[in-house]
Write a new protein. Structure first.
Length: 172
């Protein structure tokens, strides 16, 4: 059903007014397009969110913009992996991980990085973490430190029990 506000007569009048309107030439469009690319762009370098291609991941590692890399994560790659790859002269394999010797995730100097497998890395952190948890030295329910710590000062077994039976253990 045609709209009464947009009759054919009205469309013809608007069309007649627009035909005399001057449009941009192809040369002008091309020049404007070139002006907006790269360093010719007046806003180049002033984008308030652009940080030079560097991000900080939610886990605290530096990410570098590198869209052509084989192991990229949303066009970004972990900086410590890039540093180690440059040092080795090859891409890292998926089973290889990088350990930060001093524990500082943003310290990506080659002296601070160590190439390991996943199992070696897990063992390294298990040896360093001799404490049962950060706050507790044993489970607050069964007083055992043999079972793995889960949450709220409880080992895995006691935590599962508390969840099943809706038991609340206050953290000390």
């Amino acid at each position: 059903m045609p709209c009464k506000h947009h009759s054919q007569e009205w469309k013809d009048r608007i069309s007649a007014k627009l035909t005399g309107r001057k449009m941009h030439s192809e040369e002008f469009k091309k020049r404007m397009s070139e002006m907006r690319k790269g360093k010719n762009n007046p806003a180049y370098g002033s984008k308030y969110r652009w940080k030079g291609g560097e991000l900080l991941s939610s886990s605290g590692y530096k990410l570098i913009y590198c869209p052509g890399h084989p192991s990229y994560k949303r066009k970004h790659v972990y900086e410590h992996r890039l540093v180690m790859e440059k040092h080795l002269g090859r891409y890292l394999r998926s089973q290889e991980v990088i350990h930060h010797i001093n524990g500082v995730k943003t310290d990506n100097r080659i002296e601070n990085l160590l190439l390991m497998t996943h199992s070696e890395h897990r063992h390294k952190h298990a040896v360093n973490n001799s404490k049962w948890s950060d706050k507790f030295d044993r489970c607050i329910r069964c007083h055992s430190s043999n079972n793995k710590h889960n949450a709220k000062g409880l080992c895995t077994r006691c935590y599962q029990y508390a969840k099943r039976h809706s038991v609340f253990y206050p953290s000390l």
